[in-house]
Design a protein around this ligand. Structure first.
Ligand SMILES: Cc1cc2nc3c(=O)[nH]c(=O)nc-3n(C[C@H](O)[C@H](O)[C@H](O)COP(=O)(O)O)c2cc1C
Length: 335
């Protein structure tokens, strides 16, 4: 049997198959099912700093409104446990997941202010997380904010969090950077032990009945794999960090392509949501079969063998391929 073991963020994994942040990693029952199905590590859903702040403001607002409206409310201090407005439920999830699972548990943070990120990073470390993933999700919609300023802010955050914790640190990036290879290297210089490529941006839709902006979550397909595949291929061998792919990992072929491009781990959310944890064993079996048929002894042997650094045609990952791809389309109308 080919060896599927790999390392990600310095952590030994039984295979490259990791469950990325999604509602499935947000409760113990489904976390256990993922582990039973053979998942190699889990990334918990993100703790959103602004959600905590909003909840806290809402509770204070409600208490103050109540106190102003009713005389009896002046003496009324509802027994509201403080954790309802803080990160405690999340920290409890981290601790419970650590207690219940043998596979590494990666916590995830999406912060809003430098202070918030640091505080929560320390707390999830204390709660027992094996590693921390920073979810750098922001839509750069303010014309006053230059890309240089936004990138500098992200890099400062990464460096500050690196200083604040000892557990491995991964940074989940979006693909929307003009100089992505440069920025990825800077993130690693700032202290990231790994990069997670890429966060999926959910584009809002418009509802023609209500004339409102409607949130619209579309799950991925294998077609979405191409973006992380290209960038893992480009970055392997050029950044001294672990590389994990997320977006479009649905089948064993997807995982194999990512490994060939140089990924250390292949993360899944949509496929698990659509088809359940049973797909992990299926993919694992097919991985093993493919490796054996081609006489690979291990995932490690396969890793990065078609990355930009080792490919016969490094430009295939870059612009030269663009013209060829456009020309490959047939010019006739459908009949
Ligand atoms: C319902 C849902 C919830 C998600 N929540 C988070 C989250 O809290 N934090 C995060 O970093 N990514 C989150 N993601 C993104 C996934 O972790 C993953 O990166 C993305 O869906 C692309 O992978 P996929 O093609 O396997 O779905 C979520 C995705 C889905 C579908």
């Amino acid at each position: 049997m080919a060896e599927l073991r790999t390392r990600y963020l310095g952590l030994p994994l039984r295979s490259p198959l990791v469950a990325s942040s999604s509602p499935l990693t947000g409760n113990l029952d489904s976390l256990r099912r993922l582990e039973d199905a053979g998942v190699a590590a889990v990334v918990l859903p993100s703790l959103f700093e602004e959600e905590i702040t909003e909840e806290s403001l809402a509770v204070h607002g409600a208490l103050e409104a109540g106190a102003g409206s009713f005389a009896e409310a002046l003496d009324y201090h509802p027994e509201r446990p403080s954790y309802e407005t803080g990160p405690e439920p999340y920290l409890e999830l981290v601790a419970a997941a650590k207690g219940a699972l043998r596979v590494p548990v990666v916590a995830s943070l999406n912060g809003d202010t430098p202070g918030g990120w640091l505080e929560y990073a320390r707390l999830v470390e204390q709660a027992g997380a094996d590693a921390l993933e920073l979810n750098l999700y922001q839509v750069a919609a303010d014309p006053a904010h230059s890309s240089a300023a936004l990138e500098a802010r992200d890099l400062e955050l990464v460096a500050a969090i690196r200083d604040a914790i000892r557990i491995p640190l991964a940074v989940k990036l979006s693909p929307y950077f003009t100089g992505l290879a440069h920025f990825a290297c800077r993130v690693v210089e700032a202290g990231a032990d790994g990069l997670v490529l890429f966060n999926r941006f959910y584009q809002p839709d418009l509802d023609l009945e209500t004339l409102e902006v409607a949130p619209h979550l579309v799950l991925s397909t294998s077609a979405d794999l191409r973006l992380p595949l290209r960038w893992i291929g480009i970055l392997r061998g050029r950044v001294g960090a672990s590389l994990a792919a997320t977006s479009g990992v649905h089948r064993a072929e997807d995982v194999l392509k990512l490994l060939l491009a140089g990924a250390d781990a292949a993360m899944q959310a949509s496929a698990l949501l659509q088809r359940g944890p049973g797909i992990i064993r299926e993919i694992e079996r097919e991985l093993g079969r493919w490796l054996e048929e081609r006489e690979y002894e291990s995932v490690e042997q396969l890793k990065g063998s078609v990355s930009r650094s080792s490919a016969a045609d490094p430009e295939a990952f870059e612009r030269a391929n663009y013209r060829r791809t456009l020309r490959s389309w047939s010019s006739s109308f459908p009949s």
